[in-house]
Design a protein around this ligand. Structure first.
Ligand SMILES: CC(C)(COP(=O)(O)OP(=O)(O)OC[C@H]1O[C@@H](n2cnc3c(N)ncnc32)[C@H](O)[C@@H]1OP(=O)(O)O)[C@@H](O)C(=O)NCCC(=O)NCCS
Length: 436
């Protein structure tokens, strides 16, 4: 299988590099941790090494060291499409080589062969009330597949050694990502289309098949949006809440389904993945409140009221980024090229002109610029995907590509169980008084 062959070719190089680092530079100090960092979500403390992606504070995410613009240009596209095929993106995340179109298609073919979702997953989702949380359905569906895990089988097989665990983890990752479009679409149809389910179409690529299964197959532009959306949301470094959670759980040798389900639960939080839903709702409320595209003064009034109510302005700010998110820019260009007159998009553009200035005035927001969530919802809304409480599922569908790649990499280099240290306030106080 193509991904296994590529990783196999690299794994000894990766392992030697890690072993050499530890042997030769194990005592090299790269960071000191301050009291403030411990109390502020271990912000900025380096906790991971992963070559898959890196958030450059001033330029945004880089996948395998390629910027978003480079990725959009360099990854292979299916004939007639302007946006990369998702299979090629997965190939790049799992390895460090830009794939050809033939290789991207091979990954898509592998997904196609493994796309059948076990019936029990649908039964579990059906057990939720229709108005239940879409993310809880997704997480439960993913977690349930733990019983199919090839890694668990390998772990109990005396003939399989630790050095080969990555192979069954990769197998599980391909199974899981292959099934994700159907699972995500099933949730959409259950919740918002009176359970009218649509079978997958094996002729379609990953993104187009998802579009088809939620009833948007007639509009090729929506498939293009989903190719772009999946690419932009696939990964954002291995230290954000969802990726780090999955990594942490995986470090206990839990299988990929348990790890990813835990990661999805983190993604469901309003300060992380749920922000795209909150952002779209905020934009819609603003648009409806002023009965149309608001003026600058109206946006200013509305944003100040949001802050005065003690709320954040969703879609703005970031824990690491210190610039306009290039993923926001890519989405803006998509909308400008295809539906510049869309009223919600124009509202989002007007907000972009006003909100950074207001956030700067507060004097405390470290990054006043928009992140990708500032536009996600407006773009989905344009295509009639108006159910904002579903948007985090779209994020999860995309993000599992990055998360599974990080977990496979961690297994490939035999990363050990994670166990940082906690301390008491008294210990902290005495450490400080001893040094003063
Ligand atoms: C993403 C986010 C959680 C990062 O948080 P962070 O790393 O703590 O950000 P900062 O260091 O800049 O925060 C400093 C202060 O500015 C506030 N702040 C940051 N972004 C803000 C925003 N968009 N609106 C209002 N206040 C904001 C923080 O709440 C914090 O206030 P506090 O000191 O009273 O607690 C934060 O910017 C936010 O809540 N944004 C809106 C939600 C969002 O878009 N999330 C998606 C992220 S991809």
């Amino acid at each position: 299988m193509i991904l296994e062959d590529r990783i196999e070719a690299n794994v000894s190089v990766w392992r030697e590099r890690v072993a050499r680092m530890i042997k030769e530079y194990g005592d090299f100090v790269i960071s000191n941790v301050t009291v403030q960092q411990i109390y502020s979500g271990i912000r900025g403390v380096p906790i991971q090494v992963s070559d898959i992606s890196f958030v450059d504070p001033d330029h945004g995410i880089r996948y395998r060291d390629y910027s978003i613009n480079e990725i959009l240009k360099l990854l292979p596209k299916a004939p007639g499409s302007k946006y990369p095929m998702v299979g090629g993106l997965y190939y790049l995340l799992m390895d460090n080589e830009l794939p050809t179109l033939a290789k991207a298609k091979e990954v898509e073919e592998e997904w196609r062969k493994r796309a059948t979702v076990p019936d029990y997953v649908f039964k579990i989702i059906d057990a939720f009330p229709d108005d239940g949380s879409a993310m809880a359905m997704l997480s439960a569906g993913v977690m349930a597949m733990s019983c199919d895990s090839k890694f668990v089988e390998a772990y109990h097989d005396q003939t399989v050694g630790k050095n080969d665990y990555w192979k069954s983890t990769l197998d599980d990752s391909i199974d899981l990502t292959a099934r994700m479009p159907h699972i995500a679409a099933y949730i959409y149809n259950k919740k918002y289309r009176n359970n009218q389910q649509i079978d997958p179409d094996p002729k379609l690529d990953y993104a187009a098949n998802f579009a088809h299964m939620i009833g948007k197959g007639d509009d090729p532009l929506y498939s293009e949006l989903m190719r772009l959306f999946i690419l932009l949301h696939a990964d954002h470094e291995n230290a954000n809440v969802s990726a780090h959670t999955a990594h942490l759980v995986g470090s206990a040798l839990s299988d990929i389904y348990l790890s990813c389900s835990a990661g999805l639960n983190g993604l469901a939080g309003p300060l992380h993945g749920l922000a795209n839903q909150e952002c779209c709702n905020w934009l819609l409320d603003l648009y409806h409140f002023y009965q149309g595209i608001p003026s600058k003064e109206q946006i200013e009034e509305y944003a100040r009221k949001t802050l005065a109510d003690g709320k954040v302005i969703p879609g703005y700010g970031h824990a690491v980024l210190r610039c306009t998110d290039p993923r926001f820019t890519a989405e803006m260009e998509f909308a400008k090229a295809n539906f510049p007159e869309d009223e919600l998009f124009r509202t989002a553009m007007a907000v972009f002109e006003v909100v950074p200035g207001i956030l700067m005035e507060t004097g405390k927001v470290k990054n006043p610029w928009p992140n990708v969530d500032a536009l996600n919802g407006a773009l989905q809304y344009h295509f009639g995907v108006t159910e904002t409480d579903y948007y985090t599922v779209l994020f999860g569908l995309s993000r599992l590509l990055g998360i599974t790649s990080h977990v496979v990499f961690a297994r490939a280099v035999n990363k050990p169980i994670e166990r940082p240290k906690a301390m008491t306030t008294r210990m902290l106080e005495s450490m400080i008084s001893e040094q003063n």
